[in-house]
Write a protein that binds this ligand. Structure first.
Ligand SMILES: C[S@@+](CC[C@H](N)C(=O)[O-])C[C@H]1O[C@@H](n2cnc3c(N)ncnc32)[C@H](O)[C@@H]1O
Length: 323
């Protein structure tokens, strides 16, 4: 299995590159019209190369799938909750939720300090990004430095998800509320951490929040030939998928939650998730670009999944949430 003896600086640098890739693919798909996101263009440049329609459809399924689960959680809690997006990269969800009048009480983002510095620089220099933060802010003065920003409804924190004491300290400084229903989101993040680091993170979060849901989007079925090609591909860019063991099957995806303090867990591959999306919407995006051959799309979607886990001391009915 994957070696763990990589130079941590090189590894972290390669990891940070994955956030650029995700945002470039999202921007490309948004430009073509797969979904609306007026904010992504403030974070990444226009991609130079064309992306295959399979990639854009995959991102469509990912954004819609995560969005549906997230909105179900917001509905159950009436937005009286907080969202903690871990390994956020240049994600724009905070701004989209604000436009839809669906902001939780507070929205937190965590990523490596260098990513956060870049994101804060973009926020500070683009009024379309800073204005919604200012508009939603009330009370004391807004705290902002190169590595963190803390307003009353939005906070972004530079931290390593493998260093839990420091992460906890920083979250507390930004007034995370352990008693509020909490939605945790990771999109293609846990696979870059060792099994032990992910397990510690999941267990710590399950202990911290009594009423919570976790949405994890990432690779699955990674033991087969196509999975090996994906691993080799990322390894050639010095991205070592050290957490790949939890991405072997839908069951291993669920187990990582059930073994680490979560009460329920569901997992579906992205073929199933795609088939759950409203038929008219899917028909609309399928008309955007011609796709002659569905085999590659199916293979790609078989190798990503949505897994969601809950614990529900507040009896909000979180276990009922489905795609
Ligand atoms: C593939 S990108 C996904 C970004 C974002 N979730 C999205 O879907 O657009 C993975 C992100 O996880 C972050 N990440 C990975 N390991 C991390 C760690 N140990 N601590 C903090 N951030 C981490 C990376 O910096 C990167 O931004």
């Amino acid at each position: 299995m994957a070696s763990t003896s990589w130079d941590p600086d090189i590894l972290n640098e390669a990891l940070r590159g994955t956030c650029n890739d995700a945002s470039l693919c999202k921007r490309y798909a948004v430009n073509i019209g797969y979904w609306k996101d007026p904010y992504i263009a403030y974070f990444v440049r226009q991609p130079k190369e064309r992306k295959a329609p399979e990639i854009s459809r995959g991102y469509y399924a990912r954004v819609q799938g995560v969005g549906r689960l997230l909105k179900a959680f917001l509905q159950k809690t009436g937005c009286n909750c907080q969202i903690l997006n871990l390994g956020t990269g240049m994600d724009t969800l905070f701004w989209k939720l604000k436009d839809e009048n669906l902001l939780p009480r507070k929205y937190f983002e965590v990523d490596f300090p260098s990513i956060v510095t870049r994101k804060i620089h973009n926020i500070k220099s683009k009024p379309s990004l800073s204005k919604p933060i200012m508009e939603s802010h009330s009370g004391e003065s807004l705290l902002i430095d190169a590595h963190s920003l803390d307003s009353s409804r939005y906070a972004i924190i530079g931290a390593d998800l493998r260093d839990l004491p420091k992460l906890e300290d920083k979250l507390k400084k930004c007034n995370i509320d352990p008693h509020l229903p909490t939605l945790l989101v990771t999109e293609c993040v846990l696979i870059y951490m060792t099994r032990q680091h992910s397990a510690s993170l999941l267990r710590w979060l399950a202990g911290l929040f009594q009423t919570a849901m976790f949405i994890n989007y990432e690779q699955v079925n990674m033991s087969d030939h196509f999975g090996q090609i994906m691993i080799d591909n990322l390894q050639s860019r010095q991205c070592n998928l050290v957490g790949v063991d939890d991405c072997r099957t839908l069951d291993t995806q669920k187990e990582q939650f059930l073994l680490n303090g979560w009460e329920t867990a569901n997992a579906v591959d992205m073929i199933k998730a795609y088939n759950c999306l409203p038929k008219d919407d899917v028909k609309g995006i399928e008309a955007l670009e011609f796709l002659d051959e569905k085999e590659l799309l199916e293979q790609l979607m078989q190798h990503y999944c949505l897994c969601w886990a809950t614990k529900d001391s507040g009896n909000l009915g979180l276990a009922e949430i489905a795609l």
